[in-house]
Design a protein around this ligand. Structure first.
Ligand code: SF4
Ligand code: SF4
Ligand code: SF4
Ligand code: FES
Length: 587
């Protein structure tokens, strides 16, 4: 405490005025942040609080007394005695001129645009009262690029801000997107303009999460869900991933990280789903199989480190970049895909409904889940286990479409028998959560003792790579957790050099894990991710059962249907295999 106070005392402060309002901020603060301190939002497009500064768009231009040129508020540090003006005629004219130039090169079909009413460009045009485009259009009418099940690009909506490039390169370490050409011809594209899925891209959707316009979006499957819901012959069931319930509220004006499980279930019931189930149940099932697989490898010999495989962006990354190491991946399917397999086998038997009448929908925080569901190995007899995947953003659209006032909805419970999840299932949505859930089960199964302290603090938090050593009695297990593919690469290069000290590794493609997935609400930042993480641990703490192997519905499922973990039936339904994918194009 006293150390912090001393540090604060030592911090040099700078005094300035913004629009004649005096303010004191720490040295090094940018004008943009200083203005926020006094409630002024300087318009911006290329700036993103989690990215390094680009200063491309100049929309944040401000006047500073004594300077002949306007300065970019996002990149200029304050100085002692600085006088900033954010709303002079020249500033406003400049900002309007920049927006007009953008509009001249923009396909302005807001009404049919996936980002309508959730678009930074649209919002800024409305803020500056720009009712029409004054410059002649120079936009190239290009078709939307729809070549894979997850991500759609629309170059005619791109304002060349570079946010997607930074997310792909700096967060994921991939660089599937780049600038091409120069000057007024500049575009953002992939290597040799190839479809994303044929480049290094893993369809994680982080680019779509930071794009301020409709230039990169998830593939919209909401119509397919509405069609299924309106078909009286279909029994439509839905599963919801753990991280959706702590993110959905953002879109309805609730505090980031607010837990909206009950309202979410009510909304899905009102949308017309016949049964609302929980992917947390699937997560518990994944732990049963994955923990058993880990113990089997320990006891009978197997490839180490074993690495989790429930993040499809990560699996795509490994297949494309470390294709000779697929044996390290756990063969246990992801919670979504395990749930799908059970929903198309056990559930029809139990509910007395023909499998051909069942439509399975998943609500996921992830764009790559759309790709995972479409993998040929994720189904049987010509039927996919998961028929349709919607992102959190698409669920928001559906809730708005039917006109529900989400924040006022009463709470309801998930349906049975695939609707009960433990605390271990709940924390799957946070980086470190899968490892913690697995360790709770591995410890008890390996030692035969009861785990007294369920919280493994060392695997929690937002650090890029975390590690821990767990005492299993007769031996210790060394584990590591990484989130983002940039960090995954570090751990995989160790594996490649045969220098990995770990027994078990958890990898999640997205920052913070699924709570920061590429399909989560627009506006997701690292600060918000941390609040969602805390909310998942709160859910876990408050649940009466916090270990997957104690989930009564999972116990019944094994008794009635699967037999034992790793049984022949469990292998047939709940396990899969991965394979090397040759990359065609790379930068
Ligand atoms: S990207 Fe924004 S401004 Fe452009 S058409 Fe879509 S909603 Fe309108
Ligand atoms: S989906 Fe992910 S990997 Fe692909 S371009 Fe976007 S950020 Fe990069
Ligand atoms: S695709 Fe989106 S994020 Fe990327 S440069 Fe264009 S507008 Fe910016
Ligand atoms: S937001 Fe400052 S230059 Fe783009």
């Amino acid at each position: 405490m006293s150390e912090n106070v001393n540090q604060a005392e030592k911090q040099e402060m700078v005094h300035l005025t913004i629009n004649n309002i005096p303010i004191e901020v720490p040295k090094g603060t940018k004008i943009m942040q200083a203005a926020r301190e006094i409630g002024i939002d300087i318009p911006h497009l290329c700036y993103h609080e989690d990215q390094r500064i680009k200063a491309h768009c100049r929309l944040c231009s401000v006047e500073v007394t004594g300077r002949r040129r306007l300065l970019a508020a996002c990149s200029t540090e304050v100085w002692e005695g600085m006088e900033v003006h954010t709303d002079t005629p020249i500033v406003r004219d400049t900002q309007v001129a920049i927006l007009q130039l953008m509009l001249a090169n923009h396909h302005k079909d807001c009404l049919s645009c996936p980002r309508n009413q959730n678009c930074d460009l649209q919002r800024l045009c409305s803020r500056f009262n720009i009712m029409e485009s004054h410059l002649p259009s120079v936009v190239k009418e290009e078709p939307r690029i729809v070549t894979n099940p997850a991500i759609v690009r629309d170059p005619s909506k791109c304002i060349r801000c570079g946010r997607c490039i930074r997310a792909c390169k700096d967060v994921q370490g991939i660089a599937a997107l780049t600038y091409a050409h120069r000057s007024s011809d500049i575009t953002v594209t992939t290597a040799y303009d190839k479809p994303m899925e044929r480049t290094d891209c893993v369809l994680c959707g982080q680019c779509s999460l930071v794009c301020p316009t409709g230039a990169i979006v998830e593939k919209d499957d909401t119509d397919a869900v509405l069609d299924a819901l309106q078909d009286p012959k279909k029994h439509v069931i839905v599963q919801v991933a753990p991280s959706v319930r702590v993110a959905l509220g953002d879109a309805f004006g609730m505090e980031p990280g607010e837990i909206v499980t009950g309202q979410m279930v009510t909304a899905l019931k009102l949308l017309g789903f016949d049964k609302v189930f929980d992917t947390n149940f699937g997560a518990d099932l994944t732990i049963m199989e994955e923990a058993s697989e880990f113990l089997h490898r320990l006891e009978h010999g197997g490839t180490f480190p074993m690495i989790t495989s429930c993040s499809p962006g990560w699996v795509n990354f490994l297949e494309k970049n470390f294709g000779d190491f697929t044996a390290h991946l756990s063969s246990a399917k992801s919670p979504m895909s395990m749930f799908g397999a059970i929903a198309k086998t056990y559930y029809p038997e139990k509910a007395g409904i023909p499998v051909e009448d069942i439509v399975t929908v998943s609500i996921m925080p992830c764009t790559a889940k759309k790709f995972e569901a479409a993998r040929p190995e994720m189904g049987r007899e010509g039927r996919q286990d998961v028929d349709i995947v919607l992102t959190t953003r698409e669920l928001i659209k559906l809730i708005k479409y039917v006109g529900l006032t989400f924040q006022n909805l009463p709470e309801s419970d998930f349906d049975s028998p695939l609707g009960y999840g433990t605390g271990a299932g709940a924390i799957f949505g946070a980086s470190g959560g899968v490892m913690e859930a697995a360790l709770r089960t591995v410890y008890e199964k390996y030692t035969g003792k009861t785990l007294e302290r369920l919280d493994f603090q060392s695997v929690r938090g937002f650090e890029g790579i975390k590690e821990a050593e767990v005492d299993l009695g007769s031996r210790k297990a060394k584990v590591a957790i990484a989130h983002t593919l940039k960090n995954a690469r570090i751990l995989m290069e160790q594996v490649q050099r045969n220098e990995s000290p770990y027994d078990f590794i958890e990898i999640m493609a997205c920052p913070g894990g699924c709570i920061g997935g590429g399909g989560q609400p627009i506006g997701t930042t690292n600060a918000i991710r941390k609040k969602r993480m805390a909310a998942l641990y709160e859910i876990d703490r408050n649940l009466p059962i916090r270990k997957s192997h104690e989930n009564p519905d999972i116990i019944t499922l094994y008794k009635e249907f699967l037999g034992e973990p790793l049984s022949e039936k469990a292998h047939e339904l709940l396990h899969t295999h991965y394979h090397k994918v040759e990359k065609e194009y790379t930068f």
